[in-house]
Design a protein around this ligand. Structure first.
Ligand SMILES: Nc1ncnc2c1ncn2[C@@H]1O[C@H](COP(=O)(O)OP(=O)(O)OP(=O)(O)O)[C@@H](O)[C@H]1O
Ligand SMILES: [Mg+2]
Length: 284
């Protein structure tokens, strides 16, 4: 239950304890698409597992390069022979169609949206592919936005893919909460950048993802400076979490701006690519 804020003393981290308990209960009782490990006889799960693996590419701070990393990773996975879908969960801040230079338009078959096959081989679903006017503000409440993101999953023809990457909006809120509690997420790929300003939002996000069992499986320190290295010890990450650093690169940024992100080569991401390729192979 939401409570009214009437004084500064009302603002505390645990002020929505009841709400947090509800979220955790929803998560515990919710469907995560893992029918093999579930005893419920529910018939069709609302959020079935369409792909062998689904990862959220996410982080607490805006502008760190989540969408860029999602796009580069998706193309690298296709080059390793996987079938890859990308779900753009950032409705108001959608950038993936621009990064890929994708033309608008999404086809439908049997009432399902067909993720748009791009020349790179990646299949993309994004609000910006269906929006009629990209300059119009998106005047939706956050629960509505979250519903649309859910529909991009349940109403998309994702079946049979090896991997789905979900490009998340920055920070917490309804979209990540809904996604982490109902989508069959196999793990989170945290994207952050060097610098003090990123530390607290990143820490909070790692804690959120871990609490909702979407544990960080990879940590990407993007826009790393020449003397920077992956921030070992700064964050509470599992020893099994793969850590990589991508250098600050004017060329990478330019390729994204020009809609040519599929041409970008980022070998620093190879350990993350290997992790996903191996995870998919273990599902065969
Ligand atoms: N390694 C890099 N070097 C230089 N610029 C980069 C790098 N990675 C991303 N960028 C640039 O940083 C900006 C933000 O990138 P991007 O949109 O991918 O971030 P984001 O985390 O998805 O942002 P948002 O929080 O708004 O979703 C873009 O201009 C992009 O070109
Ligand atoms: Mg983004």
């Amino acid at each position: 239950m939401r409570k009214d804020i009437k004084s500064i003393d009302d603002i505390t981290p645990d002020m929505y304890d009841e709400l947090n308990a509800e979220i955790e209960k929803d998560f515990d009782e919710g469907c995560h698409g893992n029918c093999s490990s579930c005893s419920s006889d529910c018939g069709e799960p609302e959020f079935p597992k369409y792909a062998k693996r689904l990862y959220a590419v996410a982080g607490g701070k805006g502008g760190t390069g989540k969408s860029t990393v999602t796009a580069v990773l998706a193309v690298a996975l296709v080059k390793r022979g996987l079938t890859v879908g990308v779900l753009d969960a950032d409705i108001p801040g959608s950038t993936l169609p621009h990064l890929f230079g994708a033309e608008p338009g999404v086809e439908k078959k049997n009432d399902k949206m067909l993720p748009k096959p791009l020349p790179s081989g990646v299949k993309l679903l994004s609000f910006n592919l269906i929006s009629e006017d990209l300059k119009e503000p998106v005047l939706w409440t956050t629960p509505d936005t979250s519903n649309v993101v859910s529909y991009f999953y349940t109403g998309g023809a994702w079946d049979g893919l090896d991997v789905i990457l979900v490009d998340m909006p920055s920070g917490a809120g309804d979209v990540p909460l809904n996604l982490f509690t109902s989508f069959p997420v196999d793990g989170t790929i945290i994207v952050t950048e060097p610098g003090e300003l990123a530390v607290i939002p990143t820490q909070r996000y790692i804690a959120l993802a871990s609490m909702l069992m979407s544990t960080p499986v990879a940590y990407v320190e993007n826009k790393a400076l020449a003397e920077s290295c992956v921030s070992d010890g700064l964050y509470t990450l599992s020893p099994r979490c793969v850590k990589v650093a991508i250098p600050l690169s004017a060329e990478l940024s330019a390729l994204g701006s020009e809609g040519k992100i599929a041409d970008a080569l980022v070998p620093e991401l190879d350990p993350v690519v290997d992790l996903i390729v191996n995870a998919v192979a273990s599902k065969k």
